[in-house]
Design a protein around this ligand. Structure first.
Ligand code: GRF
Length: 200
């Protein structure tokens, strides 16, 4: 099976990166991990598995686009077919979105369009929803608003704290992110307007 070269973008602990690595998707080659924050655990995870890391410290750049141009220059030599944002804490500009049009996906810890932005698990808990979950979606300029690829539901109990709920949401993220990558790399996703059609 031919493999799609995947760049995983991270800013933090990298548990989703780990799940993608561990799931050993046949149609995907994790070619590079791109990171904007020195010293984070995700870098260690990549190195442990022999995956090249391209670190570009966002603090060294005056604009978002300058930062992105630097990161694109670094990942360009890996012939990337898919960019996966796995806890990457930066909003992308039209420059980057155009450079990888319809080839950028993100994992978000809520059932979008509910609770976009940051602290989504806390927001869901405070709102009192009975179910939350996570979403993998294509990335568009508007934050957390792109076409939805996969979602998973997590029931909220009265005993849940932010910590316990986060743990349950993460477990589902670690299941659906590799699945979405597999579907993309096997060519099973088709965009139709803002809908994603999946051929299983
Ligand atoms: C995840 O909850 C993801 O949904 C959000 O950032 C978090 C990243 O966690 N975008 P990790 O770095 O993969 O552990």
């Amino acid at each position: 099976m031919s493999k799609t070269n995947v760049a995983v973008f991270v800013s933090g602990s990298g548990t989703n990166l780990q799940a993608v690595i561990d799931s050993g998707i046949e149609s995907a080659n994790i070619a590079v991990v791109a990171c904007d924050t020195p010293g984070v655990m995700a870098i260690e995870r990549a190195r442990k598995h022999g995956i090249p890391v391209e670190l570009v410290d966002s603090r060294d750049f005056e604009s978002r686009e300058e930062f992105e141009r630097q990161i694109v220059a670094k990942i360009d030599r890996y012939d990337i077919g898919l960019v996966v944002l796995a806890g990457f804490m930066r909003i992308l500009t039209p420059y980057f979105l155009g450079r990888f049009a319809n080839r950028i996906i993100n994992i978000h810890p809520s059932l979008l369009p509910s609770f976009p932005g940051t602290n989504s698990v806390r927001q869901a808990l405070d709102y009192g929803v009975k179910q939350t979950g996570c979403t993998v979606h294509f990335v568009r300029e508007e934050v957390d608003a792109g076409p939805i690829i996969l979602q998973a539901v997590v029931p909220v109990t009265e005993e849940d704290t932010e910590e316990t709920l986060l743990e349950k949401v993460h477990a589902e993220e670690h299941r659906i992110l590799p699945e979405a990558i597999r579907l993309f790399c096997e060519g099973k996703l088709t965009l139709s307007g803002r809908k994603v059609l999946i051929s299983f």
